[in-house]
Every structure is written in structure tokens, then in C-alpha cells.
Design a protein around this ligand. Sequence first.
Ligand code: NAP
Ligand code: GLV
Length: 313
Amino acid sequence: MSRAPVLLFACQGVDQAAWLAALHRADPGLDIRVWPSVGDPAEIDYALLWKQPPGLLDGMVGLKAIFSMGAGVDNVLLDASLPAHIPLVRMVDPSLVAGMVEFVVMQVLHYHRSMPAYRAQQEVLHWQMLPQSLASERRVGLLGLGELGAASARALSGFGFDVLGWSRGPKTLPGVRCFQGADGLRDMLAQTDILVCLLPLTPDTRGILNRETLSHLPHGAYLINAARGAHLVEADLLPLLEEGRLAAATLDVFAVEPLPADHPFWTHPFITILPHAAAQTLPQTAAPIITANIARHRAGQGLAHVVDRGRGY
Ligand code: NAP
Ligand code: GLV
């Protein structure tokens, strides 16, 4: 009889007890080793990683697949010693997608329905109805049309927004005006009132939200970054807000997390800050996805959602 599969759990900043319980419920036969109590490293078959210490897979000669707890794999790939020949699987979970769709819709509606201006009026006890636009008059541009971007585009389209989207390869999505490439990016930005970033962080997308690109937006546009902090050149944001190119920004992610206490973004009246909470990977739905993928692999079927290391996502 073959032995139980051994899963290394090395995830930081998560509810470890909830994860271990969910993994056990999803596959009671799984032998879970919690970093750093690894036992014999050669026995590890699979590794579930998130913000793991670099080099921890050294000596795990029986490793068959690496799972990222998150949809984005940039932090897992920070470890230069991560074996390149072992498949890296990213998190694709309908509940993670639903969480991001909720977040994007919430923030787009917040700006579309002038909530910052109403809040400012409330602070000075001012009662005044502001002009209301139709959703169809509001152009929402999505950077990234993958699992999260495409689902957000569908939901926004359902509200009647004029939805635009940018991806690496060509796309056809119902109700979405699709763009690609550097020219496509400029074209889309010039027609975007609310810009939402849902890109993976790769060498091509790092710093993509900068003074030059954001200057293509119409005056008074809004920015929502729910992808990675390093997509935004942080030093460029405050001048763009001061000049009015951007009316406001919602930032869920930052170059340095947690955002340092003395960072000027914390107290800026036009910046809304969230602690990387737009869409969390929930153990109750994600653990069965991981164990099902392990079962597929053990049954000799291909792993689902393997990252293309060349592209970086
Ligand atoms: P995905 O399914 O891999 O989709 C990525 C999208 O970005 C694809 O449409 C891809 O284009 C596009 N893209 C990649 N590189 C590009 C480039 N150089 N130029 C233009 N388009 C490019 O990823 P996902 O699951 O939607 O997740 C996206 C990101 O969201 C993650 O990587 C992570 O950073 C972030 N995230 C954040 C949170 C949070 O709580 N803040 C939660 C989950 C995820 P193609 O379709 O042509 O390949
Ligand atoms: C969270 O940031 C994720 O990538 O899932």
C-alpha cells in the first residue's frame, strides 16, 4: 500500500489552526508537516507556501508540486532557490473570485455614487444633492482580464457600466471593450473614469501605475489598486492627486506591508487604505481545492492552474 502523501505547510500571516483543520477535513489521510517541524525533508511530497522563508525547500528531494496559498505567486517566487523544475500551482478558488468581485463593485459604486463628496459634505453639515450619472455614462477600465478581472468585468457590466479591459493576449468578453499592448493601454486609459488594477506582479507589470501611464487618464479619474503594491510608483501618486489628474485612490496593497505608520498615504484625505484585504483565500473553500489537486496528481492526472514560470503568472 502506498504511504499517505506528505504536505509541508509553510504559510505566514494566516490563521494556521483554521487552515490545518480545513486541510484535515478535506483529506484526513494527508500527513501535514508544519514548518519548521518538517521531519525527514526527503519525505515531503507537496508544499503549501505563503511568504515562506527563503531556502526552506532545500533538501526536499521528493517534492512533486508547490502550491501558492494566494492567486498571485510573486511572493512565493521571491525565493530564488525555489526549484524551477517543480510545478508551481496558484490559487484559483470561486470564493476568492467572489470576494474580489464584491470589493471591486463596492469601490466602483463608492466613486460612481459620489460617496467621498457626500462624506466631505457630512463633515461640514452641508445638505446638497449632487448630480447623479448613469452607470452607462461611467467608464470602468480593468487592468488584467484573468480570473479576477474577467469576473469583475462581468459584474460591472451587469450594473450597466461601460467596461473596458486590458490583457496581454487578445480577448473577447461580452460587454467588455478589450485592449492589448502598449498602444492598447494608452487607448484604454484615455477612456477610463475609474481604473482598477488586477494584474499579476511580473517584471512587465512592476511600476505600471506611474506618472506617465496615469497621465493618460481623463482629469479627475479614480484609481483602485487591488493587485500588488509594486504596481504603483508610490512617489507619483501624491502629485497626481494634488494636480487633480486623480480625484481619489483606493489602495489595498503597498510596496511595504504593513504600511509604515509614518507613510503619507495614511492621512491623505483622498486615499482609502485597506490592509491587503480585498479578497482573502478562505481555508474552508481553498483547502478542498488543494487536496483535490493533490488527488488528481496522485491519480496521474495533470495539476490544475500551474503557473507559467516564463510569464511569471
Ligand atoms: P490571472 O488569472 O493570471 O490573470 C492575470 C491577467 O493579467 C490576465 O488577463 C493577463 O493577460 C493579464 N496580464 C498579465 N501580464 C500582463 C501584461 N504584461 N500586460 C497586460 N496584461 C497582462 O490572475 P488573477 O487570478 O486574476 O489575479 C490577478 C492578481 O490579483 C494576482 O496576481 C494578485 O497579484 C492579485 N490579487 C490580489 C488580492 C488582494 O486581496 N489584494 C487577492 C487575490 C489576487 P492574459 O489573459 O492575456 O494572460
Ligand atoms: C492575495 O493577495 C492573493 O494573491 O491571493
